[in-house]
Unconditional design. Structure first.
Length: 364
């Protein structure tokens, strides 16, 4: 890991001293493709939006233009799945790819891309280690070996902590780049507001000018508003039959907001435990409110029926653009928010025994 950090440091110093040119020239070759449309796209509202296009020829493709600041773009090929990720900046950039494996494309010339590539290599080691733990945990779970399960979970948590520490060290070395702002935003998803602020503080002037730094700052402000002890923001969404239902209608009760979706595998695996929990605590005046991040109503309703979710459910069927999910800063599901009898947030992201302990403490 020391060698990785040394290499990253060198890139960071180089980036800090470079000056941008007036235009970018993005050229590339894709082995296995000699004709067809090539699109330059940008992610907007969780969707790739095409910003430019050109034709693939036997010699490759080419784009020219100007970007106000370094930013992440995607090269899409007509008729092909996947895309090539390029951190575009005003310089000469070349792409060398194979149509069978676009993810492994080599991008040269963008210094921000170099930062992003090095971060990916840094993360890869942790991800491989964590992925190797999954079959071990499944095996222990099937054998009902709680000691082994706890040990594997502890190892996973330690790996997560080490990964977070390594990411912060990476940002210290490369914090004055637009790519660093993207990295900071990318690693922020599982963090709380205080941890996000810690990451944000590592960004330099160039990074802070990036739109990704602004997105991270907005996320911090949202999470501060829904921190434990804060009044739970009210929202109103429609039930399955189109009737508006507000969170405030449960005033005076303990409420468990369950953010989930029919397409979410971990959510569906957690649902039997949520049903068991609901049956155990509902008689004590505890209400559950399911907030779905589904897009298709039929699939949402079928999942409710198939999984036996007998509590109240609402959704605006807007996927990750769910108004309630945005209001509570939800960036991963399943997710829970527990609200006490006074309408304040008592806990977040709790499941199983931790959720039960939280509820018991509130209703005693």
């Amino acid at each position: 890991m020391k060698k990785i950090f040394i290499a990253i440091a060198a890139i960071g110093l180089f980036l800090g001293s470079c000056t941008s040119k007036d235009q970018y020239k993005l050229t590339g070759k894709v082995e296995g493709m000699t004709e067809g449309k090539v699109y330059l796209s940008k992610l907007q509202d969780n969707k790739l939006v095409k910003t430019d296009s050109t034709e693939m020829t036997i010699t490759g493709f080419s784009f020219e233009g100007t970007v106000a600041s370094p930013d992440l773009y995607y090269i899409e090929l007509d008729g092909q799945r996947g895309a090539i990720q390029v951190f575009l900046e005003n310089t000469a950039i070349t792409v060398d790819a194979n149509v069978e494996n676009l993810r492994e494309a080599k991008v040269v010339g963008s210094l921000n891309q170099d930062v992003l590539t090095n971060f990916g290599e840094l993360q890869k080691g942790f991800q491989e280690k964590q992925q190797a733990l999954y079959p071990e945990y499944q095996k222990a779970a099937e054998a009902k070996n709680q000691v082994a399960m706890d040990s594997i979970e502890a190892e996973f948590n330690k790996s997560e902590a080490d990964k977070f520490t390594a990411s912060k060290e990476f940002l210290k070395l490369n914090g004055n780049t637009a790519a660093a702002a993207f990295v900071a935003y990318r690693i922020a998803s599982p963090l709380n507001a205080a941890e996000m602020e810690e990451v944000y503080a590592l960004l330099g002037e160039n990074a802070l000018a990036s739109s990704y730094a602004g997105l991270l700052k907005d996320k911090i402000e949202v999470l501060k508003k829904v921190a434990i002890g804060q009044p739970a923001p009210d929202f109103t969404l429609n039930t399955a039959d189109g009737t508006p239902l507000s969170l405030s209608s449960f005033k005076g009760k303990v409420v468990v907001i369950d953010f989930w979706a029919s397409w979410c595998g971990p959510c569906r695996r957690e649902n039997p435990h949520m049903v068991e929990m609901y049956n155990e605590v509902h008689a004590s005046g505890v209400e559950f409110l399911g907030v779905s991040l589904d897009k298709e109503k039929d699939k949402w309703l079928k999942a409710i029926e198939d999984d036996g979710l007998i509590w109240n459910h609402v959704s605006d069927l807007k996927f990750w653009d769910s108004a309630a999910a945005k209001l509570y800063g939800i960036n991963g599901i399943p997710a829970t928010v527990v609200i006490d009898q006074d309408g304040n947030i008592a806990a977040t992201k709790v499941f199983g025994e931790e959720l039960k302990a939280t509820i018991d403490k509130l209703i005693q």
